[in-house]
Structures are given as C-alpha cells and as structure tokens.
Design a protein around this ligand. Structure first.
Ligand code: ATP
Length: 436
C-alpha cells in the first residue's frame, strides 16, 4: 500500500471545467472521504485517480510513483463501484480472483482469494454464486475483489447507495474494518455527510471542482473554513450578525465567537446541539397578551416576553458595532440579502427564505461574551415543530419576526408545539464575514 497525492488536477468536458485545480493528499493506510454535493466533480476525480479519465493538467502519484499518464491496469488501483457489479456467472471465489495474475500457481491464487474473503468476513463463501448473496455481502465480495491484487489505493464510489438504510450502517462498519485490517489506503466518494464523518480519518470537502477543506471529521465539523462548509457538513442555524472584538451580535443576542479573528458584517452559524430551550419563568408580566400593534407579522398569538423591552427602535440601537436596529414593522434586512452560502447545498438552514432577519438584538447589557449579556431578557420563540428520532429530537422554534431556530435535545424533547420557550446558546459560535 502507498499514499496518494493528487495535485492541482484540472479537467473540462466540452469546454466546461469540472475540476478546477483539485488537490488531495491521503497518507498511507488512511481512509479519506471526498464529500460534496451532486455534480461537484467527485466521480470525475475518482476516475482520474483510477486512470479512466485523463487530467488536462495536474498530477496523480501513488507513493513515490507518478501515475498521471499510466493506463488503469498499470496503476495498481482497486475500485468498488456503486453497485457491486459482480460477474453473475462466476462463483464468489472466481470473482475475487478475477484481477489476480493469470499465470500464477493455483494454490497461490486460491489462498489469496480465501485471505481476502476472510478480510471481508466471508470465509467459506467461495463456492456460492452472486445471486445467493445479500446486497451487503455482494458489496463485500466487490471489496475483496478490489483488495486481492494488493492495490496501492482502493477507491470506493458511493458503494452503499444501493443498500437499504437498515443495512447501510452495518455494511459501512464491515467495510471500514476490512480495509483497516488490510492496511489499505482508501478514497471514498460520497455526498452523504454522515457516511463521510463516521467512516473516514480525513474528510475532504469538495465544491465546484476544488477541495475546499481537508481535515479530520471533528475538525471539519468544529472549524469549517467557510459558511458553505459549515452548512454542508452537519446542520447549522445561520443568522445575520455583526462581529466586533470576538463577539457576534445577532437576533439571539451577543454571542462569543470562536477565535477566528474575523470581524465585520456577516453570519453566525450555530449547531443545533448548541441551542438550548427553556420554559420561561412565570412572572407577573407573563401571560399578558401582546397588544395588537405589536403582533408578529405571521399573526401568531405571541405573548410579551417577561421583562423584555418592547421592540422599539430606541432599545435596539447598538451604534456602529451592532446590527441595525429594527422595530416590529420596519425590519432592516441586514447585510447581503439571503445567500452567502458559498455554493454548497445547505441543510438545516435556519433562515426562512424571505424572512426578516438581522437586527433585533435585545441585549442592552453590554456583556462581552456568550450568555446574552446581563440584565436583558432572553430571546423567545414559539415551538413550531418537534421531531423525535429516538436518541434525540429536533425542535423548530419560530421567533417573533419569523426567524427560525432549530435545536437538538437529547432523548425526547420536553416541549410541545405551541409552547413559548427562551432560546439560549451554549459555547462559542462560528462567525463568517459576508462574501465580497
Ligand atoms: N464524460 C463526461 N462528459 C461530459 N460531461 C461530464 C462527463 N463526466 C462528467 N461530466 C459532467 O461533469 C460534472 C461533474 O460530474 P461528476 O459525476 O464528477 O460529479 P459528482 O460530484 O460525482 O456527482 P454525483 O454525486 O451526482 O455523481 C457534471 O456536470 C457532469 O455532467
């Protein structure tokens, strides 16, 4: 086995650039996942590594050996395609032995075949036919076939797509264990973030034909390089914000930001597990219906947050460093309209299309970190949806001016649709300046 280095690979089809200088480095014995949305160029990159496509520029090396101009059969690259694609008329053993040298002694071939079947947990299955196997077993035979000639690198091209959901997790585990036992250097191509994060040692996030970040799964999740990566890898609630001195001011108050040294107008990205929801303390003011003139735009029957200042301009003007103030009627839509997502298909995006966002900072306390300052009422919203997943639950909360926040709670959520909740934030938040 050997490491893989892809340097500045460029590829165009009919004049359209699909790869625009893609670089990837995978250490020997390491498992890398190339993660990106459909059409970003993942399969093209894989085919160039395998030698099925020729790069217009750039290079591919396996260990010390540059293979950019070599045909596939001279590269020592094994591939596991999307569907196992076993030869239906050949036994499992003959499928696995297919890529082994023709002239090799029989005993050598069959011992290597048995060794590889053992690696993938299918010892004794050699005489079966492919149709006698489950989808997951077929995928493992395809992996054994790819491993048999001892390739420098094994490429997995979305190999779990054809498996049903319940089987997928198990087969992923089996495949990961098998390649680790074999000491293989692996590149998995996938658009499934859960698959990439759970299987890989290194996640390489691809966007528009380039790798934009390559790091451990934990690093990519905790320190995404831009808003596009933050929303593509894991769920994120994105809110307009203004940052100064390491504090980002947004509709949820003044939040301590991770020390990325960036300030100005932009966005905070919160992970749903950072968002805390608590029932508002019962107080004298609670329960007083909001006057009609201050009713929310969406017409929800909101209560006045206990002790919070009314949503009038004078209470919200934070001067040059805070986001523009707004009243219930006159929303400042903040920096750049609504999309600075950087081209990745975001998921779990907190801001509803066309909703108001930006101002509304209720912190009059001038605090200097997360925790919403001092003396200010916590921002509130009403629970719009609760989704229970067993191990956790997702709670969608709509704030007064239509901003949507999603929170994750461990186990069942203690909230119900219609509940008023106070919204807090745990730990520092990511801040990204607006593009341009
Ligand atoms: N042989 C080809 N001829 C012309 N265009 C191609 C060819 N192969 C790929 N493309 C185009 O290149 C772009 C990237 O395709 P590619 O299959 O690499 O993306 P992908 O990220 O793997 O997407 P998916 O996850 O949907 O498979 C697409 O727009 C595709 O239509």
């Amino acid at each position: 086995m050997s490491g893989l280095t892809v340097s500045e690979v460029v590829k165009a089809f009919d004049g359209v650039r699909v790869l625009r200088g893609a670089s990837l480095s995978v250490r020997e014995g390491s498992f890398a996942a190339v993660l990106g949305p459909s059409g970003c160029g993942k399969t093209t990159l894989l085919r160039i590594i395998a030698g099925f496509e020729r790069a217009d520029a750039g290079s591919v090396s396996l260990g010390e050996r540059e293979v950019t101009s070599l045909p596939p059969e001279k590269r020592r690259v094994g591939i596991v395609p999307q569907e196992a694609a076993l030869f239906p008329h050949l036994s499992v053993a003959r499928n696995v032995g297919f890529g082994l040298p023709r002239g090799a002694p029989r005993a050598e071939t069959s011992s290597r075949v048995e060794e590889c079947l053992e690696l993938v947990g299918l010892s004794g299955y050699g005489s079966r036919m492919p149709y006698e196997l489950s989808g997951g077993q077929q995928q493992r035979v395809a992996l054994a076939r790819a491993l048999a000639p001892r390739p420098g690198v094994v490429l997995l091209d979305e190999p779990f797509n054809a498996l049903d959901r319940s089987l997928r997790g198990v087969v992923r585990d089996e495949v990961r264990s098998a390649v680790k036992r074999a000491g293989a250097t692996v590149v998995l191509v996938t658009h499934d973030q859960e698959e990439a994060l759970s299987m890989a040692d290194v996640v390489a996030v691809m966007r528009d034909g380039v790798i934009v970040q390559s790091d451990t799964p934990a690093e990519v999740y905790a320190s995404p390089v831009d808003l596009g990566v933050a929303t593509f890898v894991g769920e994120a609630v994105v809110l307009d914000a203004v940052s100064s001195g390491g504090v980002a001011s947004c509709v949820l108050g003044r939040l301590r930001q991770r020390s990325n040294g960036v300030a100005g107008t932009g966005f905070v990205a919160l992970r749903p597990e950072q968002v805390t929801l608590t029932a508002p303390a019962v107080s004298a003011e609670a329960g007083v219906a909001r006057p009609a003139s201050r009713a929310s735009r969406n017409g929800a029957d909101l209560l006045d947050p206990a002790g919070s200042p009314p949503e009038a301009g004078e209470d919200h003007d934070h001067g040059p460093s805070g986001p523009a103030s707004h009243t219930g009627e006159d929303h400042d839509h903040g920096p750049s309209g609504s999309s600075a997502e950087g081209g990745l298909a975001g998921n779990g995006h907190g801001r509803p299309a066309g909703s108001s966002h930006g101002g509304g900072v209720k912190d009059a306390g001038g605090g200097d970190g997360e925790g919403l300052g001092t003396g200010a009422a916590a921002p509130r919203g009403r629970v719009a949806r609760v989704e229970f997943f067993g191990h956790d639950a997702a709670v969608t909360v709509t704030m007064d001016d239509g901003v949507v926040i999603r929170a994750r709670t461990k186990g069942a959520a203690p909230h119900q649709v219609g509940d008023m909740v106070e919204i807090g934030v745990d730990g520092p938040v990511l801040f990204f300046p607006a593009a341009g």
